[in-house]
Design a protein around this ligand. Structure first.
Ligand SMILES: *Cc1c(COP(=O)(O)O)cnc(C)c1O
Length: 389
């Protein structure tokens, strides 16, 4: 029988060294030695799979990649220094001048900037579709469209995109479907099951989950990963062995951590929904969420992010942020520490107010990344800040 997710997360391990260590060691080395002239020749001719130089591969990043491949049901992958280098290198390796990206409107801010500020230099264009208008995809497809791109749940609106519908559409039109699965993690959702060709992660968020390192990776179909590998081997965005070691270790506890993130987040969401000073709350596993059924179909639980709006607009929001005592005011998410953010003035401030409205971000919207502190303490901090509003 195939081993379960939690077991693979712990027992996927590179071969032990002569010291028979129990926990995997850190291979802090930039290069590897050859045994003789023939080994050197054959290694460079790629006749054997082995480590040559840590820009190409390293035992710690290989272990991290292998683990995530098993978690996502992917054939192969490559690990990057950050989530954004994974996003950038994946597109740059697969697209040619003249190609077009069809992307969901609500995507990570830096990915939006990549599409708007970087890719036009190489004549790579994009257009956006609304997450709940998948029917309009047929009209938006162009003869040069090569990639269909989306994130689900979205940031910060936690809207849900229908992965099965996206998978079918991509197959029908021969597009490469790429899903940024950072918000869900492979523990909650595996897009490859629904037809995604590639899955991208920022390891910086829930994968590390303790706010220590940057990292990212892309996993999926071998033929596509091979192109990404060849491109990245030359351009050099590789993950450092140390960060790979930290990330691979963190994955051992991904399941238990994400379970607690989700149960805490659901409690925060249910609690806020009853609060008189809150206009609305969005969380994928709240029955009031517009795509609740879809979320239940494709996700195991709702994730760590809850968004809500305080009655009283921007000024009420400012009082709330200034009254928070324990929760961190920070732009990150997926950390053991709970974090509150004001998307309109921080992560999404580069968007025009019209663009923000299209992503479902109002001026008074608050995003909470619910952490692993005791739920009573998290709720007490939120409640006492709301009292001051
Ligand atoms: C944070 C994030 C990224 C970028 O990851 P970095 O590691 O910060 O470069 C990409 N996509 C999503 C959805 C993210 O939340």
């Amino acid at each position: 029988m195939k081993r379960k997710f939690e077991t693979e997360a712990i027992r996927t391990q590179i071969k032990r060294s002569e010291f028979l260590e129990h926990s995997n060691p850190l291979y802090l080395t930039s290069s590897f030695v050859f045994e003789d002239a023939e080994d050197m020749r054959a290694s460079f001719a790629e006749e054997k799979e082995r480590n040559i130089y840590s820009r190409y591969s390293n035992p710690n990043s290989s272990e991290f990649i292998e683990k995530v491949c098993k978690m996502e049901g992917a054939e192969d992958g490559f690990a990057f220094a950050s989530g954004m280098s994974a996003v950038f290198s994946t597109f740059a390796a697969l697209l040619d001048s003249g190609d077009h990206i069809l992307s969901a409107r609500s995507i990570f801010g830096s990915t939006h900037s990549l599409f708007n500020q970087v890719f036009p230099k190489w004549n790579i264009s994009h257009s956006y579709f609304q997450f709940d208008h998948l029917k309009s995809l047929e009209e938006q497809i162009q003869p040069n469209t090569k990639v269909l791109y989306a994130e689900t749940p979205t940031n910060p609106g936690v809207d849900i995109l229908d992965l099965e519908a996206l998978g079918k559409f991509a197959k029908k039109h021969n597009l490469i479907l790429i899903i940024d699965n950072c918000f869900a993690t492979p523990y909650l959702q595996q897009p490859i099951k629904f037809g995604a060709d590639l899955v991208i992660h920022s390891g910086t968020k829930l994968m590390d989950g303790q706010g220590r390192v940057l990292g990212g990776l892309t996993v999926g179909r071998r033929e596509l990963v091979d192109k990404i590998y060849k491109y990245s081997r030359i351009t050099g965005p590789a993950l450092s062995p140390f960060n790979a070691w930290v990330l691979s270790k963190s994955l051992e506890t991904l399941g238990v951590r994400v379970d607690r993130h989700c149960s805490n987040a659901l409690e925060v969401a249910e609690n806020l929904e009853k609060h008189p000073k809150v206009n609305w709350v969005k969380y994928p596993f709240l029955p009031s969420h517009p795509q609740y059924e879809l979320a239940k179909k494709q996700m195991k639980a709702g994730g760590c992010v809850v968004s809500f709006e305080i009655n009283g607009g921007i000024s009420a929001g400012q009082i709330f942020f200034n009254s928070i005592r324990m929760l961190s005011l920070s732009a990150n998410l997926g950390d053991t520490r709970s974090i509150v953010t004001h998307p309109a003035s921080t992560t999404h401030s580069k968007l025009s107010s019209l663009e923000r409205a299209e992503c479902g971000i109002s001026d008074g919207m608050v995003r909470i990344s619910v952490g692993l502190e005791h739920i009573d303490d998290i709720l007490r901090d939120i409640h006492s800040a709301l009292e001051k509003v």
